[in-house]
Design a protein around this ligand. Structure first.
Ligand code: ADP
Length: 490
């Protein structure tokens, strides 16, 4: 808005009309005092100020306006009929005015000046607003930086109080914080602790996970800087995302040395016990066979029935001990796989026949899918062991249903074959399905009702792993389960 100040109502009227004809918003004041009051209250983009006014003249008004921060930057155009001399014009400029127009006013010249000043002032105001917004933004940023800093400090304090070694890495994977315990295993906050020569190198493993933005989970031995001893630690490094963007990594080393030692002792005990049990069992088996042959019992006698039961129990014991021996072989990295080209379909057929025979044909096994009548490099004894395990489990955990489906599928694109065994038995709860492949894991709900040691599937998963295949299960509680494995075609 433009303010026109003049004590002459005719001048005020004609100037107002002129400006309004050019679409300007106009306000008027008929004295210096009124002009001051209005300027302090409203926002004007320009003031056109008459110099000759009674009481407070134009120069005095301009001087007064320049004293207030609200009004000091409003451009002023002085209008004067009398003071056309140079010294008055100079005074006009000195008292804060921006231009000087002498009366009689040439409307065209005045309009040109008004337009220029008006636009300039509008731009000034816009710039001021932008500046204010910028200042606000800078202030906001500074404040959030301060809160973030204090949050980070709090987070570091928390990491400091953990019983584990804790550290963080920035988005580029560079270590940017370590807690005090770090220095028990590393001399530098930039370098990961040294690992045992037989274990993985942390930096290399981390680089691998960094590329995929995936968490790192490792059991490794790291060297204590003071004693030089290696202790087993569980290393976990987890990526932290914000709006799907990786922001940093948080890592911990948890000391699991005592746990590992106990586990090792248990494994050693199992290994010795199973070896020691195997020798007398082999003798018992041989003597029973001898006895069987010598006695030549007639099939109808009770003794012949007892002999069959003895054979069955010896076979069960044998399977248990062989499984325990397999576990200790896995622990010692001695589970050997001897691959040769094998017709998978024949292997499946033979296994199914064996299972049907040993179960007196009480189960029904259907074959579905694409028949893999192809040669695949595999260890036939071990893969048969996996299949037997799947099938005996399917029978064992389906007390109310004797139907089993064996499905095969050759995936040319993935270059693999998939074998699955489906039963309609008790099923496994969702959250326990992954765990069934762990050593000695048994689903609580069924462990009392069904005998077992919880190592069969663990051995299966190791056998399949060594074949570079995958193993898994999908199951619905009280409806049934499908266990599957895949093997690469080449
Ligand atoms: P075991 O049968 O000797 O306990 P496994 O390693 O073969 O050991 O199986 C581990 C666990 O997985 C079993 O204890 C059982 O709880 C569960 N499980 C395996 N197969 C099935 C199945 N077909 N249906 C339901 N549960 C199963």
């Amino acid at each position: 808005m433009i303010l026109i100040v003049d004590d002459n109502p005719n001048n005020l009227f004609s100037l107002k009309k002129l400006l309004e004809s050019k679409d300007f918003d106009v306000d008027t004041a008929d004295s210096g005092e009124q002009a001051l009051g209005k300027a302090l209250k409203n926002n004007y983009a320009l003031i056109i100020l008459d110099v000759q006014m009674p009481e407070m003249d134009g120069f005095e008004v301009a001087e007064a306006l320049s004293g207030y921060s609200k009004t000091k930057d409003i451009p002023i155009i002085f209008l004067s009929a009398v003071n056309t001399e140079k010294k008055f014009i100079t005074k006009g400029y000195a008292s804060g005015g921006k231009d000087y127009v002498t009366k009689p006013v040439d409307p065209e010249i005045l309009m040109l000046k008004v337009k220029t000043f008006y636009n300039l002032q509008e731009k000034n105001l816009e710039m001021k607003k932008t500046q204010q917004n910028l200042e606000l933004e800078v202030k906001g940023r500074r404040e959030s930086q301060v809160t973030m800093k204090s949050q980070i400090e709090q987070f570091h304090l928390m990491l400091e109080s953990l019983p584990q070694i804790a550290f963080t890495l920035n988005e580029d994977g560079v270590i940017d914080f370590v807690n005090g315990k770090w220095y028990q295993y590393s001399n530098s906050e930039k370098v990961f602790p040294e690992t045992h020569p037989d274990d993985y190198v942390i930096q290399e493993e981390f680089e691998r996970c960094k590329k995929k933005s995936k968490p790192l989970d490792l059991e490794i031995r790291i060297k204590n800087t003071e004693s030089g001893d290696f202790r087993y630690h569980l290393l976990r490094v987890t990526p932290v995302f914000e709006d799907n963007i990786l922001k940093k990594w948080v890592g911990t080393f948890t000391d699991i040395d005592a746990q590992k030692r106990i586990e090792k002792e248990k494994d050693e005990f199992l290994s010795i016990a199973s070896h020691e049990l195997k020798t007398p069992l082999t003798s018992i088996k041989a003597y029973i066979q001898l006895l069987d042959r010598k006695l030549k019992l007639s099939e109808t006698t009770a003794e012949a029935g007892f002999m069959v039961k003895v054979h069955d129990q010896i076979e069960k014991l044998n399977t248990l001990i062989t499984d325990l021996l397999d576990v200790s072989k896995i622990e010692n990295g001695k589970l050997k796989i001897n691959k040769k080209p094998i017709n998978l379909e024949k292997l499946i057929q033979n296994t199914i026949e064996n299972i049907l025979q040993t179960n007196d044909n009480k189960v029904k096994i259907e074959r579905h899918g694409i028949i893999p009548d192809i040669l695949i490099p595999l260890d036939d004894i071990r893969v048969e062991q996996v299949l037997i395990n799947f099938l005996t489990n399917a029978i064992k955990y389906s007390p109310e249903n004797n139907q089993i489906i064996v499905t095969t599928f050759v995936d040319e694109e993935e270059q693999e074959v998939k074998v699955s065994v489906t039963d309609f038995g008790i099923g496994i709860p969702d959250y326990k399905q992954e765990a069934v492949f762990q050593k000695f894991y048994r689903v609580e709900e069924s462990s009392l009702q069904f005998q077992g040691m919880g190592i069969g599937l663990y051995i299966c998963s190791e056998i399949i792993k060594q074949h570079h295949g995958t193993i898994g299960v999908s199951s619905i509680l009280d409806e049934g389960s499908t266990f599957y494995f895949t093997l690469p075609l080449n």
